[in-house]
Design a protein around this ligand. Structure first.
Ligand code: OGA
Ligand code: NI
Length: 338
């Protein structure tokens, strides 16, 4: 367990300076090196002028609050299913078992994926299927808001993936191909941290240390600080830096699949959330390629001297394993559910 005090008894926790990519800037000679440097350094950066209006983001946060304000028994009607859609209660997720003893994350969440109807043959595959939605009339306009955000965030993700492709010396549309983001696994996750004060010395976190699993994650947060990154996971003790929210920006981070694709040239960085006693809301959008996509070392990231560090793996197989490692078995819901 970590001995470091939450407030940094030894040294105050600094606020990270991250590069900022303007997605509306057509001058790729400017954005590609800026993004590349961020990906080589820590895989975290900001994106502004992404095309999703501030007004709409406020609506998404307002609707997210409306959901989490529902009575617990109503939220439990919508519990996460085997397709990873729906409500995840507090302590459902255990991201960092070495440091989180007997408890999970002090956050509740709601997963919304790409809507694949039950009669579509793809719905046989893990992570594809219909969503779970609150009953009509409970939260007016809720589904429409979330579906619109899901759609718009995917467009933003594709625009970022084009800059990433260029930074990796690939064709600009490398990630646009059908097996990549043509039929993505993309998950919108609403998050609510209830206002617990985290205490790393006791293993209590809003979200335990982890790296994300996929290609990239888009994160929007309210203005409560809490997110921290650790650029060197092998340092002892680990050094954490805050990532400050910027109004109107997404915080983007690279996931482990991109680290595999790029043979660890691009970094997926350890991060966590510490609660400071204030309630906090965030909206994460996890972007992965299609279920059947083979994630293997990119041609531009290997050489005789630098052979692939990982064997190729199917996206669906990899994700299934990662979710199993970090989430409660669905059967625990039956025990608690009345
Ligand atoms: C995540 C995550 C950070 C946050 O959900 O993977 O890192 O600020 N969230 O909620
Ligand atoms: Ni994360």
């Amino acid at each position: 367990m970590e001995t470091q005090n939450q407030n940094g008894a030894e040294a105050p926790i600094k606020v990270s300076t991250l590069n900022c990519i303007d997605l509306s800037n057509p001058d790729i000679h400017h954005s590609v090196p800026l993004l590349k440097q961020a990906c080589l350094d820590c895989g975290f950066f900001y994106v502004v002028n992404h095309g999703i209006s501030q007004e709409f983001m406020e609506e998404v946060f307002a609707q997210s609050k409306n959901f989490f304000h529902l009575p617990l028994n109503e939220k439990k009607e919508l519990l996460r299913n085997e397709k990873h859609r729906g409500y995840t209660p507090v302590l459902d997720e255990l991201l960092d078992p070495d440091n989180q003893v007997h408890v999970g994350d002090y956050k509740e969440g709601y997963y919304i994926g790409v809507e694949v109807p039950e009669d579509d043959p793809d719905s046989e595959k893990p992570f594809y299927g219909p969503n779970v939605w609150p009953a009509d009339g409970v939260l007016p306009g809720w589904r429409q808001t979330m579906e619109k955000f899901h759609y718009e965030a995917l467009e933003v993700a594709k625009a970022i993936a084009r800059v990433i492709a260029l930074a990796l010396d690939l064709e600009v549309d490398f990630f646009d191909r059908p097996e990549m983001l043509g039929k993505p696994i993309a998950t919108l996750r609403l998050l609510h941290y209830e206002g617990q004060i985290s205490d790393p010395s006791k293993g209590i976190y809003g979200a335990g240390a982890h790296s994300d699993y996929g290609l990239i994650t888009l994160l929007a947060t309210d203005d409560v600080m809490g997110l921290q990154i650790c650029k060197d996971k092998d340092a002892k003790p680990r050094k954490w830096e805050y990532v400050a929210p910027i109004k109107g920006a997404f915080i983007i981070n690279l996931g482990d699949m991109l680290e595999r694709w790029s043979n660890c040239i691009f970094k997926s960085t350890l991060h966590r959330v510490l609660g400071n006693g204030q309630e906090r809301y965030s909206v994460a959008y996890f972007v992965e390629p299609s279920h059947d996509c083979l994630v293997e070392c990119l041609p531009t990231c290997k050489s005789e001297k630098n052979p692939p560090k990982f064997p190729p793996i199917r996206c669906g197989t990899y994700l299934t394993q990662r979710y199993k490692d970090t989430h409660a078995e669905l059967s625990v819901y039956n025990k608690h559910h009345t």
